[in-house]
Design a protein. Structure first.
Length: 388
């Protein structure tokens, strides 16, 4: 097992500011002409951060020909744009979206075929030198004070690290911590294939999805993936607060009624109590919608303990944009009574990677903990908790 001493060394490096600098595949951005592939939500934010740091973005590249170019400060070109000849030789393309590893490889391959010489996925670019708040402020929750790592949270971090079952889990914990502390997400190793998320395919324990609770049902992607992988689900409860996504889940369930005994679809979120919250929704990225005091919408949230009494879950999955701890609090009695298997996303907030396992342990000390990552830059990181 990886020693706690290694973790202590990382904390010391953070305290002293002595982290080593990793080799960046693209090098200094300020002496290059940048083209951003993808003019969506992340592309817009990346453009702004580059502009603020005096990095030249000469254009966006996007296959969507219906984009309103008047909303952008630089041109938007289709990859087949004929006038790209000179820029293909000298320009540097950065994929400005969170594509999976396979998607990134496919897109890069197509751009190379079109003649672009320098193409990099977002996870290959070290952005720490230009703005250490980009990912926290735009893609993650940046409210956590990292100085607490050296103070009130130090003991928690060490305890959570010690709960992990294998060296593989502990090594990922260290990679995750270092990447967030340095804001250099190129440190991550290649993730597992995204289609394996929540399946715990390489964990040598039997899984029971018979009574399945899906918190953050999105458009039914987890249900579809489970069905395509032959996962047997009998009774299902799905929580998804966005109406359009709920309708997609409903249509899928209606078309596949023979695959389940019963399905209950809740058009609401999950939290520690039954309460309404302000909610932010992005048209460009509905998967990133979350509870937000500055939000432009209002959603109803419920506690699992209050609305699923007697459901007897065997497996609970949560991917709810940083509300996982509060949702677990609202499911505490359910976890204590039924000890379901758990798959909880822990990548939205830095502190979740230790707060979530510690909370689950407080419900039942017999859980075994595993960490798996299913997307680049640590996104889609799941903590599995399996009861003895």
């Amino acid at each position: 097992m990886t020693s706690v001493v290694v973790l202590e060394e990382i904390l010391e490096k953070f305290q002293n500011g002595t982290f080593e600098v990793t080799n960046d595949k693209i090098g200094c951005l300020k002496d290059k002409e940048i083209m951003l592939y993808g003019a969506g939500n992340i592309g817009k934010k990346l453009y702004k951060i580059f502009k603020d740091n005096e990095i030249q973005v000469i254009c966006f590249i996007d296959r969507n020909s219906n984009l309103d170019s008047s909303k952008y400060e630089v041109p938007i070109y289709h990859p087949d744009y004929r006038e790209f000849a000179d820029m293909k030789e000298t320009g540097y393309v950065i994929l400005s979206a969170l594509f999976s590893l396979n998607q990134s490889s496919e897109i890069k391959g197509k751009l190379f075929e079109l003649g672009f010489k320098h193409v990099f996925a977002l996870h290959e670019v070290n952005l720490s030198s230009i703005d250490d708040g980009f990912f926290y402020n735009n893609l993650l929750d940046g409210s956590y004070d990292k100085n607490d790592i050296l103070g009130k949270d130090r003991a928690k971090i060490i305890e959570a690290f010690s709960l992990l079952e294998t060296e593989q889990d502990q090594e990922f914990f260290l990679d995750f911590l270092q990447a967030h502390l340095t804001m250099d997400f190129t440190r991550f190793k290649d993730p597992e294939e995204i289609s394996l998320q929540y399946l715990a395919h390489d964990i040598p324990l039997s899984k029971n999805y018979g009574n399945f609770i899906d918190c953050g049902g999105y458009d039914g992607d987890t249900l579809r993936n489970f069905v395509s992988n032959g996962v047997e689900m009998n009774n299902i409860a799905v929580f998804e607060p966005q109406n359009e996504l709920c309708q997609k889940i409903s249509r899928y369930i209606q078309q596949n009624q023979d695959k389940f005994d019963s399905v209950v679809l809740f058009p609401c979120g999950v939290h520690s109590e039954m309460r309404k919250f302000k909610f932010s929704v992005s048209g460009d990225a509905p998967s990133s919608a979350k509870i937000d005091d500055q939000g432009n919408d209002i959603i109803q949230c419920v506690a699992i303990d209050e609305v699923l009494q007697g459901f007897k879950p065997t497996f609970i999955k949560m991917d709810i944009e940083g509300a996982e701890i509060e949702a677990l609090k609202g499911a505490k009695q359910t976890i204590i009574k039924y000890r379901p298997q758990l798959a909880i996303c822990v990548y939205h907030r830095l502190s979740d990677i230790w707060e979530v396992p510690l909370f689950i342990k407080s419900c039942y000390e017999g859980y075994k903990f595993y960490l798996r990552n299913y997307n680049v830059m640590g996104f889609e990181t799941v903590l599995y908790a399996f009861p003895e």
